[in-house]
Design a protein around this ligand. Structure first.
Ligand code: SAM
Length: 295
């Protein structure tokens, strides 16, 4: 069961720790949200689960109770020390590294070809949610992600064409995942209360996920950074070699030459992508385990 606001405050005081805004430290204090996250994750016994920012361990404890092998990444030294004194002592299935999730997006979770499929369950530090998610997409694709996010980020991830929220991250994510926006979550479910709205979302890996090379991603980002300009003229000038051929294919398929980035559908972007059974590894994963604090 999560701690009440008073119990959380007492624990933080006993650790000599004040919640750090920059690290997005809004701790879960609502049992229903913890239960809902676990329910949505549908964790099968001993399957690998990644958690980003275990904090005081509220969500971690519930994940561990399912029998999952938990791989977590936490940046805050004091919170890591607390977890070492508590959950890590009592759970052999808890592997924690003290690190920035932007250096190690999946912690020590095995994700090479042939490893067990894994899931991610996390109440994310909102400031790093998008760059972290992009790194996950470049590293290895989890079967499912259950993520607590700032509502604004969830709206961008799930945005449809012809809406102002559509951006490059919407294309990258929707090409690989079905997004189910599940619950708006009240600020009362956290201590301290965040000033932004939160949403719990579930993302399921598509049967044939599409991914993009870093060159194509950079091209898509450039196009969205000039979203008011017509795609055709942007592609004529762009340094990406396949740009012109791509836009001409779209026009041959009936797209107007005056179209702008946010007006075209996912299938059109996916003509720039690739599919393959095993996602390519890249150099984002930090395999230096010297900060491993597991037992
Ligand atoms: N999981 C806990 C819960 O639900 O109560 C805490 C969630 S809190 C929203 C975010 C957590 O992420 C904090 O513990 C914070 O220290 C950690 N964190 C923030 N930035 C991080 C980063 N770049 N890498 C790893 N952990 C980070």
């Amino acid at each position: 069961m999560p701690l009440t606001p008073n119990q959380t405050l007492t624990l933080l005081n006993s650790l000599g720790h004040a919640p750090n805004k920059k690290l997005g430290q809004n701790f879960l204090i609502d049992g229903n949200i913890v239960r809902k996250s676990i329910e949505l994750a549908e964790i099968v016994d001993q399957s690998p689960v990644v958690e980003i920012g275990p904090g005081l361990g509220t969500l971690s404890e519930a994940i561990l109770a399912t029998g999952a092998d938990l791989y977590a990444v936490e940046k805050d030294t004091k919170l890591v020390a607390h977890l070492k004194d508590t959950l890590i002592k009592t759970h052999h299935n808890f592997d924690l590294i003290e690190m920035d999730c932007l250096k190690s997006p999946l912690g020590n979770c095995p994700h090479q070809a042939g490893s067990k499929p894994f899931k991610i369950v996390a109440n994310l530090p909102y400031a790093v949610a998008t760059p972290w998610l992009e790194m996950v997409l470049n590293t290895a694709l989890p079967e499912r992600m259950v993520l607590m996010l700032q509502k604004e980020a969830a709206d961008r991830y799930s945005a449809s064409p012809k809406t102002k929220n559509l951006g490059s991250i919407s294309i990258f994510l929707q090409s690989a995942y079905e997004i189910h926006s599940c619950h708006n979550v009240s600020a009362n479910c956290f201590f301290p209360k965040p000033k932004v709205d939160s949403t719990l979302i579930r993302l399921d890996k598509k049967e044939t996920p599409v991914y993009y090379t870093s060159e194509v991603k950079a091209f898509i980002r450039r196009i969205f950074s000039q979203r008011r300009k017509q795609l055709f003229s942007l592609c004529k000038k762009d340094s990406f070699e396949g740009a012109e051929a791509w836009v001409e294919t779209l026009i041959a398929k009936g797209t107007s030459s005056k179209v702008r980035a946010q007006e075209i559908n996912l299938q059109s972007w996916q003509l720039l992508g690739h599919t393959q059974l095993d996602h390519p590894q890249n150099d984002h994963t930090n395999n230096d385990h010297t900060n491993n604090v597991s037992n």
